[in-house]
Design a protein around this ligand. Structure first.
Ligand SMILES: [Ca+2]
Ligand SMILES: [Ca+2]
Ligand SMILES: [Ca+2]
Ligand SMILES: [Ca+2]
Length: 480
C-alpha cells in the first residue's frame, strides 16, 4: 500500500508523458501541426502530447501511469470504441472546436488554452506544451546525460548470481551482468541533495528506489551491499524435473551448487543496471497488442532480495502443499526489477527544473540500446550542449533579425566567452555574463518591443535567445 501511495505522490507533483511513434495511419492532424509550425519537427511538441493528455488507471492495486500515446490507446481503444475527445487536453479541444485545419492553429495562437499565463503561440515558439499548465517557457528541463550500451560496457562490470522471486510468474536463478547503480550514479555526478531514483520504462511503468537502505521492505536501495543469499534447491520446485515445478534452474551458473550453501558474489549483491544475463545480452522489450511488455532488455534494473529466501510457489498455483508454499511476506524482488528501463530520474528535480524533453527516450531507446539519466545531477554537461545549440541558433539567424550591423558578431562573441568560462568551470563570471547578456535580448519579453540596448530587432528571434539564456541561468544555479 505504501508503494502505491509513493508512486501516486510522485506522479501528482511531476506529471510525466512517454511518447512513441504517433504519426498513425489515418492521422492527419499531426501533419497539419507540422505544416503550421515547422520548427516543432523532432521536438517534444512533435508528439501525441501536443493535443492529448496522459492519464492513469489502477491495476491490481497499483497505479499505472500512462503517457499520452498509451493513455489514448487505453481509453480510446485500439478499435476506436471510446470517445477521442476524452483524451484531448485543453489545446487539443480548442483545436478541435476551431475546425482542425491549419487556419485553426493560427486562430487559437493568441489563446492560452491551458491557462498558465502564456499564449499558445508563445509556448510553441519556446517549445513548451500549450496544453499542459505544468509546462511553460519559464520551466527548464533538468540536466541529463544519455548513455549507450557501448559506453556502459566501458565502465567496471559487476556480475551476480541471484534469485528472481516473483509472485506468480515463476521464479528463476540467473547471473546478471551490468554496472552497479551506485557506480552509474557516481559517474553521472549526482548532487549531494539527491535522495532516490525513479526508473521508467516506455510502457508507462515507473519504480522508485531510495539511495540509502530503508526499513520499508518494498524499498530497494541503490547504495550498499545486500545480504548474502543461500542457494535453495528442491526437485519439487525444479521445473525441468517436476512439470508442476515453479523455479527455473537452467542458468549455467547454478551448476554444482548445493542446497543451503551460500552463493559467493564478488563485491557482494548490489542493485545493478543489467545488460546481460547468463552470458547473453538481455532481449529487448516490446509491447504486445494487449499493452503488455515482453522481453526485459536492453537494460533491466535488478535489485537483489533484501531478505534472502527460497523460491516460493506461485500465488496462483492450486497446490500450496509444497516445500516452499507461497509466502505473502517473502521478498518478491522480481516485481521491483524494472524491465526495459529507458530513463532514470534522480530525485528530487533541482529547483526551477521540470521533466526533460523525453520524446526520444521511448521505444527507440529500447531499439538503440540507450538509457537517459536526468534530474539531480551536475548540470555542466547539459550546459555545454545547450550553449553550443544557442551558438548554432544565433549563427543561423538572418542578418535582418539584428538591431545593428555588428550585433550578430557581438552576440556570438558573448556566447563564445561564456562557453570558454564554462569549460574552465568559472562559476562567478558565467553567472554575471549570462545576466548581462539577457539584458540585451529582453525588451520584447519585458515591454513588448526591443529596447535601447537590445541586439535583436525581431521579437520572435529575441524570445528564442531570451528563453535559451534563461535556461542556461537556471541550470547554472543548480547545486550552488
Ligand atoms: Ca498556455
Ligand atoms: Ca503550457
Ligand atoms: Ca515465487
Ligand atoms: Ca534590453
Amino acid at each position: 500500500m505504501r508503494r502505491i501511495l509513493i508512486l501516486a505522490l510522485l506522479f501528482a507533483t511531476v506529471p510525466l508523458a512517454v511518447y512513441g511513434a504517433y504519426h498513425h495511419g489515418g492521422d492527419t492532424d499531426s501533419d497539419i501541426a507540422l505544416q503550421a509550425y515547422p520548427a516543432i519537427e523532432g521536438t517534444k511538441l512533435d508528439s501525441c502530447a501536443l493535443c492529448h493528455s496522459g492519464g492513469e488507471y489502477e491495476k491490481k492495486g497499483v497505479i499505472v501511469q500512462l503517457g499520452s500515446c498509451q493513455w489514448c490507446h487505453y481509453s480510446y481503444g485500439y478499435d476506436g470504441s471510446g470517445d477521442i475527445a476524452d483524451t484531448l487536453n485543453g489545446y487539443g479541444q480548442d483545436y478541435l472546436s476551431s475546425g482542425k485545419t491549419i487556419q485553426a492553429f493560427s486562430d487559437i495562437d493568441a489563446q492560452d488554452s491551458d491557462g498558465d499565463g502564456f499564449a499558445n503561440g508563445v509556448e510553441i515558439a519556446a517549445l513548451r506544451f500549450p496544453g499542459d499548465a505544468n509546462d511553460d517557457p519559464t520551466k527548464v528541463p533538468a540536466p541529463y546525460r544519455v548513455l549507450t550500451l557501448d559506453e556502459l560496457q566501458t565502465m567496471p562490470s559487476h556480475s551476480q548470481l541471484m534469485l528472481m522471486n516473483t509472485h506468480k510468474s515463476g521464479d528463476f536463478y540467473a547471473k546478471y551482468t551490468g554496472v552497479t547503480m551506485a557506480n552509474l550514479l557516481d559517474d553521472s555526478h549526482i548532487l549531494p541533495s539527491a535522495t532516490g531514483i525513479t526508473v521508467f520504462a516506455p510502457d508507462g511503468w515507473a519504480q522508485y528506489h531510495p539511495l540509502e537502505p530503508d526499513n520499508d521492505p518494498l524499498m530497494y536501495h541503490v547504495y550498499g551491499v545486500y545480504p548474502e543469499a543461500k542457494f535453495f534447491y528442491s526437485e519439487e520446485a525444479d521445473d525441468s524435473i517436476n512439470p508442476n515445478g515453479w523455479c527455473d534452474y537452467s542458468s549455467p551458473s547454478v551448476e554444482g551448487l548445493q542446497n543451503d550453501v551460500p552463493i559467493v558474489v564478488e563485491g557482494g549483491l548490489q542493485m545493478i543496471l543489467a545488460y546481460g544475463r547468463d552470458g547473453s545480452y538481455l532481449e529487448p522489450g516490446q509491447l504486445t497488442l494487449s499493452n503488455k511488455l515482453d522481453g526485459e532488455g536492453p537494460f533491466r534494473v535488478v535489485p537483489p532480495q533484501k531478505v534472502p529466501g527460497p523460491p516460493d510457489q506461485a500465488t496462483t498455483a492450486v497446490s500450496q502443499d509444497v516445500v516452499w508454499p507461497f509466502d505473502e511476506d517473502a521478498d518478491h524482488n522480481a516485481g521491483y526489477a524494472s524491465r526495459s528501463a529507458t530513463m532514470i530520474r534522480i530525485e528530487p528535480l533541482p529547483e526551477g527544473t521540470t521533466d526533460i524533453d523525453i520524446l526520444e527516450a521511448g521505444w527507440n531507446y529500447v531499439d538503440e540500446g540507450k538509457i537517459l539519466i536526468y534530474g539531480n545531477i551536475d548540470p555542466l554537461g547539459t550546459m555545454m550542449v545547450k550553449i553550443n545549440e544557442l551558438y548554432d541558433l544565433v549563427m543561423a539567424m538572418d542578418q535582418d533579425a539584428f538591431a545593428l550591423r555588428n550585433a550578430k558578431k557581438i552576440l556570438l562573441n558573448s556566447i563564445a566567452v561564456i562557453r570558454a568560462q564554462l569549460k574552465r568551470d568559472n562559476e562567478q563570471p558565467v553567472t554575471v555574463q549570462l545576466r548581462n547578456l539577457v539584458a540585451r535580448v529582453d525588451g520584447c519579453i519585458e515591454n513588448g518591443k526591443p529596447d535601447q540596448n537590445d541586439l535583436l530587432g525581431s521579437c520572435s528571434e529575441q524570445a528564442r535567445v531570451y528563453w535559451a539564456l534563461h535556461e542556461l541561468s537556471v541550470l547554472q544555479a543548480i547545486g550552488k
